[in-house]
Design a protein around this ligand. Structure first.
Ligand SMILES: CC(C)(COP(=O)(O)OP(=O)(O)OC[C@H]1O[C@@H](n2cnc3c(N)ncnc32)[C@H](O)[C@@H]1OP(=O)(O)O)[C@@H](O)C(=O)NCCC(=O)NCCS
Length: 168
């Protein structure tokens, strides 16, 4: 546990440092679909849209800087609007301290309050730490997409996972 790291709903003041954290994790070229952050203005639009539409997005903040994030974006079509897609990441220096679980639990709680019933994610099959975290939070595998990602010429299988909240 890292008590000096706060979990906060994302706000406009976080955008630049969220963009920086996203870029750091993306450039590791191991975990994310992005291999670098999108341009800052695209990230700004994404975050403002998340805020305006009340999609759950939380950031972990240390000394005023974003060090991790977790977001769940609601699907667009009305018949799929009970579903949301989860993405998350933490900069290398802040991993392994239980922050992933704190971010995840806070974001899932908010999703549930927003009537998102089914949360989905995709994770590279070799990302054992992330898969362990997701299983701990209640996600189950719904199957593997073979060779679904290719990074630096290496093909990676992707595990599709989902968590369905009780409807009662
Ligand atoms: C994945 C991520 C969010 C996990 O958050 P975290 O706070 O670092 O998580 P922790 O280190 O506390 O580990 C979570 C669990 O995995 C376990 N774990 C750690 N390394 C592991 C490994 N190599 N194999 C299996 N389990 C592992 C931990 O022991 C812990 O389980 P426990 O609570 O039962 O002990 C974070 O490491 C991260 O951002 N990684 C890079 C980006 C990424 O992978 N994003 C997700 C893309 S889908």
């Amino acid at each position: 546990m890292a008590p000096d790291i706060a979990i906060e709903p994302i706000a406009v003041r976080h955008i630049e440092s969220y963009h920086q954290a996203l870029d750091v994790v993306a450039r590791e070229r191991r975990y994310l679909t992005f291999l670098e952050a999108p341009p800052l203005e695209d990230t700004r639009k994404f975050v403002l849209d998340m805020i305006d539409n009340k999609h759950p997005q939380f950031v972990a903040v240390k000394d005023g800087e974003v060090v991790g994030w977790c977001d769940i974006r609601r699907h667009f079509f009305p018949s799929h609007a009970h579903r949301g897609s989860l993405g998350m990441g933490i900069i290398p220096a802040c991993r392994g301290q239980g922050l992933g679980l704190r971010l995840m639990e806070t974001t899932l709680k908010e999703a549930r309050q927003c009537d998102i019933i089914r949360v989905e994610l995709s994770v590279h099959a070799d990302n054992a730490r992330a898969i362990r975290l997701y299983e701990k939070a209640g996600f189950v595998s719904e199957g593997v997409s073979k060779d679904a990602a290719r990074i630096d010429g290496r093909y990676l299988d992707v595990v599709n996972m989902a968590l369905i909240f009780s409807r009662t």
